[in-house]
Design a binder for this molecule. Structure first.
Ligand SMILES: Nc1ncnc2c1ncn2[C@@H]1O[C@H](COP(=O)(O)OP(=O)(O)OP(=O)(O)O)[C@@H](O)[C@H]1O
Ligand SMILES: [Mg+2]
Length: 339
């Protein structure tokens, strides 16, 4: 078992991502800083449209520029600047050092190739292994992620697998490259609750066994708190609260974090959501981000605790309210000063 160290594996400072659109420039992300240390799991939580996938794709350098426009003071993996790398260097880095588990397994697997040929292809490309040696590695990872009947599994096409099995194949593909940094972008979205639990358990076990650093993205704060050491809450492209899981979940200060906590579906609601989405589960998924973006705090129009300055004083900055607990909210900061 490998434990977390305090050396940054991923370091992000002042990352800005925007898009050129027909309506003009659209700012999707404005991230002051975010660090994931070696062996650590950091959760990134936010409602739909808050910029989670844009962040993941920017780190992987998978956004097409233009229309995307990316700038950063630091965007570094193990001290190496990702933005100054050539496409060739990035291709070498992806898979070998950083891998991503995508939101939708069907769009990351090629429907016309078997699981085995897709895995062997990746192994050949990354490790230069072929034949029996490559197959042994593929079987090892198919077993590691808990897929049944590994030999048979390699001969299956993606459409012959269940959603949960496909997601396990994606995890096996991400891990068989030996990448020590994994970005998991809502890896269990659209899966039913029991399958979801099994997959999260697998990611958590493998992360510890293989000493992988993890950036775990979700819109369900409950999932993240079970998987991660620290959590950052994303609203309209910016972090509005962050800290240890305990600080953010048990002592949440930002009204938006409270909303995300209220939106965590109960066990029964999650069971029901497997058949039809529960209204509570839908809260985090359908509320449009950036509502009221022209006023200072993007949560203003939905906030029951708002103050006049939340409308007038510009976007609130992150302020320290505990050991490693930071919040960007005028109300919270005012209460801190008054205590
Ligand atoms: N290619 C693009 N062109 C213009 N805008 C884009 C593009 N890609 C993303 N965006 C915008 O960036 C914002 C963040 O999108 P993103 O996909 O990161 O959301 P998300 O937090 O991952 O949401 P979800 O939980 O639904 O996956 C959204 O407003 C989206 O419309
Ligand atoms: Mg997304």
């Amino acid at each position: 078992m490998v434990t977390a160290s305090r050396t940054p594996h991923l370091r992000i400072d002042n990352l800005s991502v925007g898009f050129k659109t027909y309506e003009g420039h659209k700012q999707a992300l404005e991230l002051a800083n975010l660090e994931v240390c070696h062996g650590e799991a950091v959760g990134l939580v936010g409602e739909s449209g808050s910029g989670k996938s844009v962040l993941a794709l920017a780190v992987m350098r998978l956004l097409r520029c233009p229309p995307a426009e990316i700038a950063a003071e630091h965007l570094a993996l193990d001290g190496r600047d990702l933005l100054s790398m050539s496409r060739r260097q990035m291709r070498r880095l992806r898979g070998r050092e950083i891998s991503m588990i995508f939101q939708d397994p069907m769009s990351s697997l090629n429907p016309v190739f078997t699981v085995g040929s897709q895995m062997l292809n990746v192994i050949r490309h990354i490790h230069g292994e072929k034949g029996k040696q490559a197959k042994t590695r593929a079987l090892e990872f198919v077993r590691l992620v808990g897929l049944p009947d590994p030999e048979n599994m390699l001969d299956k096409y993606p459409h012959q697998l269940s959603g949960g099995q496909r997601q396990r194949v994606i995890i096996a593909l991400a891990l068989c490259c030996d990448a020590k940094f994994i970005i998991a972008d809502e890896p269990t979205r659209n899966l039913d609750v029991t399958v979801q639990a099994g997959i999260l358990k697998t990611i958590d076990r493998l992360r510890h066994e293989l000493g992988v650093s993890l950036l775990f993205i979700a819109n369900n704060l409950g999932l993240v708190s079970a998987m991660c050491d620290r959590v950052a809450i994303l609203l309209d492209g910016r972090i509005v609260e962050r800290g240890t899981v305990h600080e953010v979940v048990a002592a949440a200060r930002h009204p938006y974090t409270h909303m995300l906590l209220r939106a965590i579906p109960s066990a029964e609601e999650r069971e029901e959501a497997s058949a039809a989405p529960s209204p509570k589960a839908a809260v985090a998924a359908v509320v449009p981000a950036g509502e009221g973006a022209e006023i200072a705090c993007p949560y203003y129009s939905r906030c029951s605790d708002r103050l006049e300055q939340c409308r007038l004083n510009g976007r609130p900055q992150l302020v320290n309210v505990g050991d490693s607990h930071e919040v960007a909210c005028y109300r919270t900061v005012r209460e801190e000063v008054c205590v």
